[in-house]
Design a protein around this ligand. Structure first.
Ligand code: NCD
Length: 307
């Protein structure tokens, strides 16, 4: 593995090794404070971000490395008409590894084709978000102690939510996971997820339209925001944005050991009253994102050094 573009670029063994390294970093932070000394991470964000960009930058700093980059397309030469390919070739002269977010699906894959240094997809349009998936997997592993044998409900914008697509693809390799897809009919998962992931691998899934009807079955609920920026018209967004709000009343029917995940940012999908419930994992999840990105940076730089 040289680049990380799609969550299935990683085998189950590679995922295990990154998650184990992340856990080792958590337990032995001081041992890692200089492992990337002299190395530079470039964060090229053509789309807004808080957690992903800052956790990448914090990750590299905690490894003793340096960071450079831009946080919006407006402050890059993209506004002058420079292609993604040219930007990547040039940044490869200045940095040892690149994390890139872009509104166009496939842009990081295209960047990887011309890049001399490892490229990490930090989100491409409504397509993929593999480092959020690593974050989610580390969170599930730490909260539940396993990555198999559970029922997960994915709720909200399953059509445009790239975190959902990447997570389903990655989890499809683990045993005995049941998927309950909770969304309005307009925001169901894309057809390729049904045919290429669920049907092809004989995986059990159900599509439902309310949380209430399935709440008691769930071991994990993965809430998502309706992806405003991917809608073609404002009226549809306004109509759908508050379809699901997880609150204390709905949680009355949930298991005592339910894990509530959300990639964040939250808009209205989870009442702030839920934040103090021990089952709310989303802020721990955001912290896990930094450690898993530390593990990923180390792994990709080691792989690049071996070539
Ligand atoms: C997600 C994203 O960018 O896809 N955010 C994140 O990276 N944690 C989810 C979202 O924006 O809704």
């Amino acid at each position: 593995m040289k680049h990380l573009i799609d969550s299935t670029d990683l085998s189950v063994e590679e995922i295990d090794s990154i998650l184990n390294l992340a856990q080792h970093i958590i337990d032995n932070k001081e041992d890692y404070s200089e492992v990337c000394k002299g190395k530079k991470l470039a964060t090229l964000f053509f789309e807004p971000s808080t957690r992903t960009r800052l956790s990448f930058e914090a990750a590299m700093m905690e490894l003793g490395g340096n960071v450079l980059g831009f946080s919006s397309a407006d402050s890059s030469s993209a506004t002058k008409g420079e292609s993604v390919g040219d930007t990547i070739r040039v940044v490869g002269c200045y940095a040892d590894i690149i994390a890139m977010r872009h509104p166009k699906e496939g842009a990081p894959m295209f960047g990887a084709m011309v890049s001399s240094v490892p490229i990490i997809n930090a989100g491409d349009g409504g397509h993929n978000h593999p480092t959020q998936t690593l974050t989610d997997l580390l969170t599930i592993k730490r909260e539940k102690g396993r990555l198999d044998n559970f029922t997960i409900g994915l709720c909200g914008d399953l059509k445009f939510g790239r975190t959902v697509h990447s997570l389903i693809k990655a989890l499809s390799r683990y045993k005995n996971i049941k998927y309950i897809l909770i969304s309005p009919k307009e925001l169901r998962v894309p057809d390729y997820i049904i045919t290429e992931v669920f049907e092809k691998n004989n995986i059990e899934y159900r599509e439902v339209s309310t949380m209430e009807e399935v709440m008691e079955e769930l071991d994990i609920i993965y809430m998502t925001r309706v992806q405003k920026e991917r809608f073609f018209n404002e009226a549809d967004y306004v109509r759908l944005k508050d379809t699901y709000i997880l609150d204390e009343t709905k949680l009355k029917y949930a298991k005592k050991d339910l894990s509530i995940l959300h990639p964040l940012p939250r808009v209205n999908e989870i009442s702030t009253k839920v934040d103090d419930d021990p089952r709310a994992c989303y802020f721990r999840q955001a912290l896990n994102g930094k450690y898993v990105r530390m593990a990923l940076i180390i792994t990709l730089l080691e792989n690049a050094g071996r070539e």
